[in-house]
Design a protein around this ligand. Structure first.
Ligand SMILES: Cc1cc2nc3c(=O)[nH]c(=O)nc-3n(C[C@H](O)[C@H](O)[C@H](O)COP(=O)(O)OP(=O)(O)OC[C@H]3O[C@@H](n4cnc5c(N)ncnc54)[C@H](O)[C@@H]3O)c2cc1C
Length: 502
């Protein structure tokens, strides 16, 4: 550390904190980025399904507790770049209507305190920073502007699948992807992208696109292997003054003019709760008792489809190049509400399946994985105050979670299975994810205009603490069924602009 005090201290280097640091690179402010993890090493295990899915080489060893106090290992990763080191690089925008209230069978998905139009210029910047490749071909969301980079082409088998889908009346469209493709690009279109770190750094993760470029600027520093334990305030409780951190087992404090929290939705809430003091008895900025509540994560299912009777089924490598939004805003006659999204995912490998099908012999798993086409189905879950992050007496994270709006997901799964059968896959297997699947966690430090029911104002500043901001997906008031990273990054750029002006 070069200084005793920083203008801005950012906790967490994922797409929230990392993009914010990058957005502030020319602000003149002295910025310190604190990250509990280290740089992820480039090593052969990056592309080993066994190392990642069987041995959990990169997953945190942290344990959290569920509703009943049962311990589980969450699906999160602590590295520079956060969980984008493992993400599938799908980088779509949320739709304009996602920022407005939407009716579901089980309640209302609330509107946001900012509009799509306000975020649009930052979406554009984020798409450039995260090298988004795409095509304006989604009939459900005509953008009216090109992507910064051309669409990632489909493999022949996927091209034929999209043709069959169109013939059957579905509308697959190009999935916006952040990969370094092209004549001078580093991407080799391997099967180890979604769920794996990129060994050749061709994936547009927050480390590659934001943290490393930000560190080229002398006003930005990064402290790795440093755990932010508490945020300290002044005697009035109205200003944050320092971070209490643990590094190599030693506790110290770092003075900050502005504190920005971006630890991922569960850990950001936990940090605020751990920071309770005499002025903030229930946790920092938690006079409303909203910190930790409204945890959302999507209702997610893996769908594997297979045609065992097609001897010529062509194996696919990089299959994640389209998505289907036909059910994004509409439902069916028996469930006339939004159902969600059908998206291709990275190619499933036998070792990944082992966790789901423990008793199936590897040879069977290999046969299956080699020939399957794999999809991700996700539906909106609604912000329920009872779905919340709390701390146990020993400061362990407890995640109380009861999934809701499940009928929408069941109907989506049914419709997606029908679709798969119609386009030539008689065998369809689906599996819903459980509490340890935390990829799209959000909502726990929600933004809003009313301090009684939100923690942050529309600029992501805490209502109760004038120099405390939260910029990860915690601020989401709802979680539309779309991948969240581009929205996290765009919002971080929006906050960076307003902090630069201060
Ligand atoms: C396998 C997988 C695939 C995914 N695919 C996609 C996809 O294709 N598209 C998409 O949009 N999203 C995808 N996601 C989700 C996406 O990665 C997350 O939404 C995103 O990373 C969240 O960003 P964040 O900044 O909120 O938090 P994170 O990325 O979780 O970053 C938080 C950072 O804070 C650090 N931290 C936490 N607590 C502390 C502390 N107390 N002190 C210091 N540092 C701390 C962590 O180590 C971490 O680096 C995927 C996720 C996974 C796991």
């Amino acid at each position: 550390m070069q200084r005793a005090e920083y203008d801005i201290v950012i906790v967490g280097s994922g797409p929230g904190g990392g993009t914010l640091a990058y957005g502030l690179r020319n602000s003149g402010a002295h910025i310190l980025l604190i990250e509990r993890g280290d740089f992820l090493p480039q090593e052969p295990e990056n592309w080993s399904a066994a190392a990642i899915f069987s041995e959990g080489r990169y997953r945190t060893a942290d344990r959290w507790q569920d509703n009943r106090g049962r311990s589980f290992q969450p699906g999160v990763h602590y590295f520079v770049g956060g969980n984008t080191k493992f993400f599938g690089a799908a980088l779509p925008r949320f739709r304009p209507r996602d920022f407005e209230a939407t009716e579901h069978a089980n309640g209302i998905s609330p509107g946001w305190p900012i509009s799509y139009a306000e975020l649009a210029p930052y979406y554009r910047q984020a798409e450039i920073i995260y090298v988004v490749h795409g095509e304006d071909d989604d009939p459900w969301f005509p953008r009216g502007e090109p992507f910064p980079y051309p669409a990632v082409p489909h493999e022949p088998a996927i091209q034929r699948l999209t043709a069959r889908l169109r013939a059957a009346g579905y509308t697959p469209s190009t999935l916006p992807l952040g990969i370094d493709l092209g004549p001078a690009g580093r991407c080799i279109r391997c099967a180890t992208c979604d769920g794996f770190p990129c060994r050749v750094l061709a994936k547009a993760d927050a480390e590659v696109c934001c943290v490393r470029p930000a560190l080229q600027h002398s006003n930005i520093e990064l402290l790795v292997r440093t755990y932010a334990r508490r945020i300290l305030t002044d005697a009035s409780g109205k200003r944050a003054v320092a971070l209490e951190v643990v590094r190599n087992g030693e506790v110290s404090s770092i003075k900050a003019g502005v504190v920005v929290v971006s630890c991922g939705a569960v850990n950001s809430a936990a940090l605020l709760l751990r920071s309770a003091n005499s002025k903030h008895a229930k946790g920092l900025a938690n006079g409303s008792d909203m910190v930790g509540r409204h945890y959302m994560v999507h209702n997610n299912s893996l769908m594997m489809t297979l045609n065992p009777f097609d001897p010529d089924a062509e194996p696919v490598t990089f299959q994640k190049t389209f998505y289907i939004n036909d059910y994004y805003s509409k439902g069916t006659t028996d469930h006339p509400y939004p159902l969600g999204q059908i998206q291709m995912i990275g190619k499933i490998q036998a070792e990944m399946l082992a966790a789901y099908a423990r008793f199936m012999p590897r040879v069977g798993l290999r046969y299956f994985a080699k020939r399957s086409v794999d999809w991700w189905l996700f539906s909106e879950d609604l912000p329920d105050p009872a779905n919340r992050v709390t701390l146990t007496s020993s400061n362990t994270v407890q995640l109380r979670w009861r999934p809701n709006n499940l009928r929408a997901h069941a109907v989506l799964t049914r419709e997606a299975s029908r679709m798969a059968t119609t386009v030539g896959y008689p065998l369809v297997f689906t599996r819903r994810t459980g509490i340890a699947f935390n990829s799209h966690q959000s909502g726990t430090v929600r933004a809003g205009t009313d301090p009684a029911i939100s923690v942050l104002d529309p600029s992501c500043r805490a209502h109760e603490i004038e120099n405390l901001f939260v910029v990860d997906s915690s601020f989401f008031p709802s979680l539309p069924p779309m991948n969240p990273v581009l929205t996290i990054a765009a919002n971080a750029l929006r906050v960076a602009e307003s902090l630069s002006k201060q």
